[in-house]
Ligand binder design. Sequence first.
Ligand SMILES: Cc1cc2nc3c(=O)[nH]c(=O)nc-3n(C[C@H](O)[C@H](O)[C@H](O)COP(=O)(O)OP(=O)(O)OC[C@H]3O[C@@H](n4cnc5c(N)ncnc54)[C@H](O)[C@@H]3O)c2cc1C
Length: 352
Amino acid sequence: MRAEISIRGAGPVGCVLALALHRAGRSVALVAHEGGSGASPFRPIALSHASRLILERVGAWRALAPTPIETIHVSQQGGFGRTRLCAADAGVPALGYVIEYGNLLASLLDQVRARGIAIESAAGASLLEVHAEGSSGESRQKSYRQEAVVALVTTRPAAAGTAWERFTPEGPLALLPLGGRYGVVWGMRPRRARQLCAAPAEEFVAALQDAFGGRAGALVALGERSRVPLALRVRASRVGERCAFVGNAAQTLHPVAGQGLNLGLRDAWDLAQVLHDAQDPGDARTLRRFAALRRVDAATTVRVTDFLAGAFVGADALARPMRGFALTALDICPPARRFFARRMIYGASALP
Ligand SMILES: Cc1cc2nc3c(=O)[nH]c(=O)nc-3n(C[C@H](O)[C@H](O)[C@H](O)COP(=O)(O)OP(=O)(O)OC[C@H]3O[C@@H](n4cnc5c(N)ncnc54)[C@H](O)[C@@H]3O)c2cc1C
């Protein structure tokens, strides 16, 4: 018998949706892209506490071995002002958890196979087709004219517990603790990204140390490097006739605040809740309910991320002090810190 729900795209969002629907007793199949199982370049992913709750609920958390983030330190290069967010500000055990994209995906696929969920190479007829195949060309698009340089670096002392976000004139720079090292995501103009990725390791390390300063220690070694173009892509509607869109297939964000996958997992969770008892999962009314449920969370996360991607770039004389005042105000105001931290963790959704 064919599955009643087919999910096109066995990325992290598609896998989590399949696991959630399977737990709810729905018959589901994943449609994997030919060649999609190849190794992906190194990419550190910061999962929020809300994503941890979702992964726990679908039974996929225990198999992961992520690095917890206890503190997030935000600063700007060449200007005053900084903010420190702690897990206690948000009332959670950790502000987030860092894991490598390829490891997360391999573990989720293991869980999918262990539950006997079908993985097919082509979609058959189903009552509902969910698109989870990542970025789509059919979306409204805005290019940031930036690329992210992604790398793995070793520091002395070793990375432990603190994630660093630094706004540089070139673009936002994040150092995420990952198994004693740091995953680097650094936004910058494409030409500069090409130059830095082709440069000798010592030159790359010197540029990174110069942009970051000494807060995270001395950078002593460089692992793999790659670059990814950055754009905002948002679908006009996340539902259609007997189809729905989740994760990057619905919206692809700038990685500045580490929100893309976290938002995608909330898409998957909410869709699974809506479909839980639905008689016909592809029914237009059911799909409209899903679209309505996701509207506010998705729209505000897209807006906040787009604002951060633009607001913290540039070295002009007026922008720098304004950023400094914003960072200082957040730092000295515990209720504002708490609001900001919880917003980044839970989005505008009803979780937990
Ligand atoms: C540098 C960088 C850093 C990031 N850091 C973070 C972070 O810290 N925190 C965070 O939350 N997010 C982060 N993100 C965003 C995050 O990676 C994405 O939001 C997330 O991967 C989206 O998951 P997805 O399953 O929707 O799509 P994808 O991860 O793109 O997976 C889609 C899958 O579908 C497959 N596919 C494609 N086409 C088809 C087809 N026609 N048929 C079948 N299958 C198909 C693909 O092969 C792929 O396996 C970052 C992104 C970048 C670029």
